[in-house]
Design a protein around this ligand. Structure first.
Ligand code: M6R
Length: 611
């Protein structure tokens, strides 16, 4: 939530900031603004998408300089209008501040400032921080010191960037439970919510820890903690380049990212399979032997990946797995032991609910492993170990390729534990490894149905509600499909376990109701195929319009479905990876048919960095 970029260097800062904000816009797109130091400080901000700010800068140009900060907002406190947009100015317009997060004690701080006569122009919590830093600067005459004074008074989560006209060529940032990374250039330095902010200029980055403050100038980067002690930040090199964060000729980021699902799986297994064994970089097999329970913590799509992973890990490693929404885990008293492995799953690595749940789990003695797609992100840094999914940057707000990469990483983990603890059937584990290696090619086959799925979506552009049924690993796929439909096409969509149908949801079936059914293979070892085909008959008898996602050549489904989307023959644990692709494609195409913005759906932001 909220994208942040800062720059000091020889380039014109307006272009650097707008370029960075363009790549960060997926984080929030309610409003955007920049502040630049040239002869004094100038700021422009506008509600709406970044293009509104670009238009404003054409209509009302800024005197460009070489130091600046920029922000794209997902509103928390105060409506998404021009006034509440960032930057917020203080100290007679000489100081500008941008903020990501929520300052929980802002009301009491605001009351204090009001009593001292401070005039507020916005309804935001962020403006409080701007005035506090302005006041501290008047005493300290040093922007780093001023920010340090203030962050020690703030409660909640924040990334703050500030600049001041009396201290040119300096940007100071601070973070607590909210993301901030440093980009290192030659004679220039950058700050960003994530590396996309500066990837056009440098792939060299430094990760800033919790409760740290960074001061950048053209030639220097200095990091201290909130007590003022010097800190050495951790360097890393970004493994993708700027072209990965562009549409590359595709009509939307989402279309591009769905097309990258085969590569997301391939890149996540690459280097982690040695013969028939799984060997995950940084995870030693010994440490997996003693794991007697796994709790997967995640939100949204990542939690559905976790649910798919549960079925596979329990089968392959014979270790019980619970999947819990991070925000629920944290506010109860979960029973865990030092043999419990907490596995967090997060594309961004910044989801506040998951971050807080991981921290809590560590506090109460669990071992933590992060499955994450973003280098330098907070959750992996707060965890004992990490398995990076190598899906590449995911820019579209709704998650697609990250999902298949997360499931792949969980499968690798399940196989690795099964091979380490000796509880899995070796032949079955070896087969699972081979199946995973074959998956990218199968996914390519599914993608070939894109045009047909687009045509189906066009016919259905007026559909108001869609139900989805799945069983076993098809159940989380029904949930994921429903979430994608809600997010992208704004229709009511609900996923159910097919076995639940007669326990209630069948009451929703009326003539014309569209139901997607994820059908297990007729070769399914649990014989679930026949049960799901019976479910199809039950809903069809009540007038439902059935779209089955079924194995190619499944003759039993054909007579009972209005449409069949075939997926190639695969083992039961590879089926969900294949079945989700038509649902991703359909959700995108339905949104497109309705004329909606598939990359930036309303009200959403990609990284949910507030609770
Ligand atoms: O970055 P994370 O994977 O932690 O994000 C978790 C959810 O917020 C995310 O999957 C969300 O549900 C997406 N909008 C799904 O498309």
């Amino acid at each position: 939530m909220c994208g942040i970029v800062g720059y000091v260097g020889p380039r014109g800062s307006e272009a650097v900031l707008l370029g960075g904000l363009g790549r960060l816009e997926y984080r929030g797109y309610d409003s955007a603004g920049i502040a630049v130091l040239s002869n004094g400080l100038e700021a422009r901000k506008r509600s709406g998408k970044l293009q509104e700010l670009r238009d404003e800068l054409v209509a009302n140009p800024i005197h460009d300089g070489h130091t600046g900060i920029g922000h794209t907002r997902w509103a928390t406190h105060g409506a998404p209008n021009d006034i509440n947009a960032h930057p917020h100015l203080a100290d007679d317009g000489k100081l500008a501040l941008i903020h990501n997060g929520i300052i929980e004690n802002y009301a009491e701080l605001k009351a204090e400032l009001l009593e001292q006569g401070t005039v507020f122009t916005s309804e935001t919590d962020s403006e409080v921080a701007a005035h506090l830093v302005g006041r501290a600067f008047r005493e300290t005459h040093n922007l780093t010191d001023a920010l340090r004074v203030v962050v020690n008074r703030l409660e909640g989560a924040f990334t703050l960037l500030v600049l001041h006209a009396d201290e040119p060529d300096v940007v100071v940032g601070a973070r607590r439970n909210s993301p901030l990374v440093i980009g290192l250039g030659e004679g220039e330095n950058f700050l960003g919510s994530d590396v996309a902010a500066f990837i056009e200029f440098t792939d060299k980055a430094l990760a800033i820890g919790q409760d740290q403050i960074v001061t950048i100038t053209r030639d220097n980067v200095a990091v201290i903690d909130f007590d003022g002690n010097s800190v050495t930040p951790e360097p890393f090199t970004v493994t993708w380049d700027a072209s990965a964060a562009t549409k590359g000729g595709w009509r939307s980021f989402m279309a591009k990212e769905i097309s990258e699902e085969p590569a997301a799986v391939a890149n996540t297994i690459i280097g982690r399979i040695k013969g028939e064994r799984v060997d995950i970089d940084g995870i030693d097999a010994e440490s997996l032997v003693s794991v007697d329970r796994i709790v997967i913590l995640a939100c949204g799509t990542a939690a559905y990946a976790g649910l798919v992973g549960k079925y596979a890990i329990e089968k392959w490693a014979r270790v019980p797995v619970d999947v819990e929404l991070s925000h629920e885990f944290r506010y109860r008293e979960p029973v865990i032991s030092d043999h419990t492995l907490i596995v967090s799953v997060s594309q961004s690595g910044e989801t506040m609910d998951t971050l807080m749940a991981v921290k809590y789990a560590r506090e109460i003695g669990a071992r933590t492993l992060s499955i994450c797609n973003t280098q330098g992100a907070t959750i992996p840094r707060e965890s004992d170990a990490v398995i990076y999914t190598h899906a590449g940057p995911e820019v579209a707000v709704a998650s697609t390729k990250a999902f298949v990469a997360q499931v792949t990483a969980l499968y690798l983990l399940g196989i690795a534990i099964g091979q380490a603890n000796g509880k899995g059937d070796p032949a079955e584990l070896a087969a699972a490894v081979r199946d995973l290696e074959a998956t990218p090619t199968l996914l390519e086959t599914v993608l070939q149905q894109g045009e047909r799925i687009a045509t189906m979506a066009k016919w259905m552009a007026d559909t108001q509600a869609i139900l989805l049924l799945g069983r076993h690993v098809g159940f989380p796929i029904a949930l994921e499909g429903a979430l994608k439909l809600k997010e992208l096409s704004y229709i009511h969509a609900e996923g159910f376990a097919a076995g639940e149908l007669k326990h209630g949801p069948i009451a929703l079936i009326e003539p014309g109701q569209v139901v997607f059914v994820i059908v297990p293979s007729p070769r399914d070892p649990n014989s679930l195929h026949a049960k799901v085909v019976s479910n199809i008959q039950e809903i069809r008898a009540r007038g439902a319009r059935v779209i089955a996602i079924a194995e190619q050549g499944d003759a039993a489904v054909l007579p009972h479905a209005d449409e069949v989307i075939p997926i190639p023959l695969a083992s039961s644990f590879i089926e969900p990876l294949l079945a989700v692709v038509p649902l991703h494609l359909f959700s995108m195409e339905l949104a497109a048919a309705k004329g909606l913005d598939v990359d930036q759906p309303r009200n959403l932001a990609k990284s949910v960095t507030v609770e």
